[in-house]
Ligand binder design. Structure first.
Ligand code: ADP
Ligand code: MG
Length: 452
């Protein structure tokens, strides 16, 4: 059993190597862990220690906490006065954290159906997830949910898990990421060799083949892992034949996962395949309101709308900005940030992005993606292998940057602006009809953002 203290010690030892000796001694080692319920509550020695810590080391603190407590773990730093207020309101309790193996069985209590905002972009996914939760193993088996990063796939999987745990506590449910499944499998092989028996794999099979519900999150990472695919195929068949529910998530549909064995593709496509897309503006606003309510953030409606407008590709990123604005207001000693302060809070982030984001970066990313040369894409060639990436680069530049069409034409070897408009509109059209184009655009956008 790992308790909170041990986990915090692990966070400290990570941070020790991430920040300077002075910062560590002054602001980090002196932190007190007050509570860990829905978020980690830390107390700094003074208001100025809190300010310095947040100003200089939020990034490192977030990284170290997430690496020990799990992705998306939230924390809040209080000063001594705020600690007193907090204690008056909440009775702190030490939470015993389950060891790794059972930790993965825990579903995030916030990821429920109630907390999931339904709009046009996700209504079918939501309905399918509910149907499976209410009647596992019957209607949609397997249920395969796919869509870009941060659009709510994991949330829905956990919502199914939370629902089932409550409605039918006896069910044996396993939720794993693709990496956990792979690691479990590899480990079982290791035990097998060491002990010179089939114990390892037998244990693995006993665990996975006696389930009522198996959920595998982010299955796309199984690409290229041949023996894991093989094992997954048998697990799948075994469960499926017993009418056990299988739920899978991925960032793309089965047939677009490269090197996925044909027979596995056909298994995965045999149930319901449902895509999830980025919600429209109104739904994004509703999601942010819900989030603010859950986290008890006070945020004005115009600020929420501003955030919903700024971020239109990833809900996780949108939520990140929401907490940033909230913390910014807290730093200013206010309850809620004004729209000007919200703009100020992301100004730095947006400016840095803008400076680094250039047409060259976009073109180079597209070239690397399609394995073609920079001179080819900006040159005269009209072969299909070059025309498609060229249109894609033109689309991304006009979508992500605010530069005149004529200038884009010049970058692409002096092309006329009508040609630029044609390329841009062609990709927009394709994106409406064709999921593959959407996936490529999303992949490219996230690769570009990673560089900037
Ligand atoms: P994915 O697994 O698709 O990458 P997640 O499920 O991790 O995305 O979602 C990212 C964040 O966005 C989570 O905090 C989740 O609660 C939130 N989220 C996504 N869609 C919705 C929604 N429709 N309503 C409320 N929250 C949502
Ligand atoms: Mg996910």
């Amino acid at each position: 059993m790992q308790d909170l203290k041990q986990m915090w010690d692990n966070v400290l030892s990570k941070l020790e190597s991430m920040v300077s000796f002075v910062s560590y001694e002054l602001w980090i080692e002196t932190l007190e862990v007050l509570d860990y319920t829905d978020k980690l509550i830390l107390v700094a020695t003074s208001p100025s220690a809190k300010r310095q810590l947040i100003k200089n080391h939020s990034k490192e603190l977030t990284e170290a906490i997430e690496s020990v407590f799990g992705e998306d773990t939230k924390y809040e730093v209080l000063d001594p006065e705020e600690k007193e207020e907090y204690l008056k309101k909440n009775k702190p309790q030490e939470k015993v954290i389950e060891p790794d193996d059972s930790k993965r069985m825990m579903f995030n209590p916030k990821y429920t159906f109630d907390n999931f905002i339904v709009g046009k972009s996700n209504q079918f996914c939501y309905a399918a997830a509910r149907a499976v939760a209410e009647n596992p193993g019957y209607k949609f088996n397997p249920l395969f949910i796919y869509g870009g990063v941060g659009l709510g796939k994991t949330h829905l999987l956990h919502a199914i898990g939370n629902y089932l745990k409550q409605s039918n506590p006896k069910l044996k449910i396993e939720y794993v990421t693709c990496d956990q499944f792979t690691n479990d499998y590899i480990e079982s092989l290791g035990t097998n060799k060491e002990k010179g028996s089939v114990k390892g794999t037998a244990q693995f099979r006993e665990k996975y083949r006696n389930l009522d519900v198996l959920m595998v999150d982010d299955i796309q990472f199984i690409a290229g892992r041949t023996s894991t695919q093989e094992e997954f195929f048998h697990t799948f068949n075994d469960l499926y034949q017993q009418n056990k529910q299988i739920i899978i998530s991925s960032d793309r549909p089965p047939k677009e996962i490269e090197t996925l064995a044909d027979r596995l593709v056909s298994r995965l496509t045999s149930g319901l395949i449902q895509d999830i897309q980025m919600p429209d503006f109104e739904t994004r606003v509703a999601i942010l309101r819900k989030k603010a309510q859950l986290e008890r953030y006070f945020i004005d409606d115009d600020v929420i709308e501003f955030i919903a407008e700024k971020v239109d590709t990833n809900i996780r990123e949108m939520e990140g900005l929401l907490s940033k604005v909230y913390f910014f207001a807290t730093l200013l000693g206010k309850k809620s940030a004004s729209i000007e302060e919200a703009k100020e809070a992301f100004k730095e982030q947006i400016d840095v992005k803008k400076e680094k984001l250039t047409p060259e970066v976009i073109i180079q990313t597209v070239c690397d993606y399609y394995s073609i040369g920079y001179n080819e894409i900006t040159g005269k060639k009209k072969s299909k292998e070059i025309v498609e990436p060229r249109m894609m680069a033109i689309y991304l530049i006009s979508d992500m940057l605010d530069i005149p069409l004529v200038t884009i034409g010049k970058i692409f070897g002096g092309r006329d602006h009508t040609t630029i408009i044609h390329s841009r509109d062609k990709i927009s059209e394709l994106m409406k009809k064709d999921h593959k184009t959407r996936t490529i655009v999303n992949d490219l956008k996230s690769q570009i953002s990673e560089k900037c």
